[in-house]
Write a protein of this length. Structure first.
Length: 218
């Protein structure tokens, strides 16, 4: 068999290398990178059970935070995002904001829900201990979020139903409903706004945080 001359092999390699370097020299734009990333996401996920592809669609708030790539948002934009999210907060029609702290503890401990293997309509957990210290008795907890131990006690809530506790109670409900109302790029789930937890579940978490008898405030 006739051998290919070495000079032709070297020429072929040189041309290939030149083509690679030329391709690398043209950096993709930020928009192109984003489009490619979105395409990868769409190609990497499929709908199954209750897990639908609409979860990949970002609303304006999440889009702005994603585009910032971890950098602080412009103050005006951040305030606008917070104001828009605050408008989504819904309070119970009956005015009752406090439920059972013992049920709230179960929700905080429960990390299940919203996966393809869960059934539609099943109650979700809050998975609160993944990010926060809550009860002093709990030895395993996350530190992504601040400690919530003594949450109500530190804020002077001796009776959540008292008039002087209204500001703290309303703030806490609003924070649980939509955390982006107070921090534009908060990583905390928007439990009420996103329909993750029910109104009653939110009441129970409120009791866990604010009821003086709750282990949180002992």
């Amino acid at each position: 068999m006739k051998k290919t001359p070495q000079k032709y092999i070297l020429l072929t390699l040189s041309l290939a290398l030149t083509a690679v370097l030329a391709a690398c020299a043209v950096a993709p734009t930020a928009q192109q990178v984003d489009e490619r990333a979105q395409q990868v996401l769409k190609n990497s996920f499929r709908e199954q059970g209750i897990a639908k592809l609409d979860r990949l669609t970002l609303d304006a708030s999440n889009q702005a935070c994603s585009e910032s790539q971890g950098a602080a948002l412009d103050d005006k934009l951040a305030k606008a995002i917070e104001a828009a999210n605050l408008q989504t907060v819904k309070f119970p029609a009956d005015g009752k904001l406090i439920g059972s702290w013992s049920e709230g503890e179960k929700i905080a401990q429960n990390g299940r829900g919203m996966t393809w293997s869960d059934k539609a309509g099943e109650a979700n957990g809050g998975s609160c201990y993944n990010c926060h210290q809550i009860s002093k008795a709990e030895l395993s907890f996350g530190t992504i979020g601040p400690s919530l131990y003594n949450y109500g006690k530190l804020r002077g809530v001796s009776d959540p139903a008292a008039a002087d506790s209204k500001a703290v109670v309303d703030y806490t409900w609003s924070k649980l409903w939509n955390s982006k109302a107070f921090n534009a790029c908060s990583g905390m789930p928007r439990f009420g706004h996103a329909g993750i937890l029910t109104e009653q579940q939110l009441r129970d978490l409120m009791a866990l945080l604010l009821d003086p008898k709750s282990p949180v405030n002992q």
